[in-house]
Design a protein around this ligand. Structure first.
Ligand code: AMP
Length: 190
């Protein structure tokens, strides 16, 4: 099964993805985590994306598509992939469809976690205090939210038209969201 966890930054995608990894043996593919790892390792790629990430903007489609492509084989051996923070543009979504279809696979379900902006800003304030991630600072976060609204939210009709979109209340507790995700997967026969 290939699942996209969709939503703005701090919607709870990473938390829910980790639960699915533990519970179902799926592989979490978080482009944000991959890019942060590249930065920590000091690689050329990491250096190239650092300023863009710190400014809250999206890195180029080519970069994240290549990162995902490299990891697809391992997801097939496992229970499938959970895409977390990818795709974020229409071009990324189209390329993902192509890469999967070349492997005889497809996106099965897109689960959107709906959280209002005020709650996101509150969550991110807490995460910034706890983890100190530079792009969680309140000013950069505004840019990240704008990038989501302008470049990523247009993917919703793309998946809705394909009949793959399920929308859940991401403001509920972590446990309630987890149950709602399980119910969505069960009703999709997964
Ligand atoms: P995230 O942890 O998913 O919020 O990602 C952190 C940052 O990494 C984003 O603000 C972007 O700069 C970059 N990034 C992560 N995933 C993508 C993507 N799919 N497309 C473009 N940029 C991305």
């Amino acid at each position: 099964m290939n699942l996209i966890l969709f939503g703005p930054p701090a919607a709870g995608k990473g938390t829910q993805a980790k639960r699915l990894v533990t519970g179902r043996g799926m592989v979490q593919l978080s482009t944000g985590d991959m890019l942060r790892a590249a930065r920590t390792s000091g690689s050329e790629l990491g250096q190239r994306v650092a300023a863009i990430m710190d400014g809250g903007l999206l890195v180029s489609d080519d970069i994240v598509i290549a990162l995902i492509e490299e990891r697809l084989p391992e997801t097939e051996a496992a229970g499938g992939a959970i895409f977390d923070g990818f795709p974020r543009t229409i071009a990324q979504a189209q390329e993902l469809d192509k890469m999967l279809s070349a492997r005889g696979a497809a996106i099965d379900l897109v689960i959107r976690l709906k959280v209002d902006d005020a709650a996101l800003i509150e969550r991110i304030g807490k995460r910034f205090a706890a983890e100190g991630r530079s792009d969680d600072n309140p000013e950069v976060f505004v840019t990240r939210l704008a990038a989501y609204n302008e470049q990523t939210a247009p993917l919703l009709p793309y998946y809705k038209d394909q009949g793959k979109l399920v929308e859940l209340d991401g403001m509920a507790t972590v446990e309630a969201v987890a149950e709602a995700i399980d119910a969505a997967l069960a009703s999709a026969g997964k």
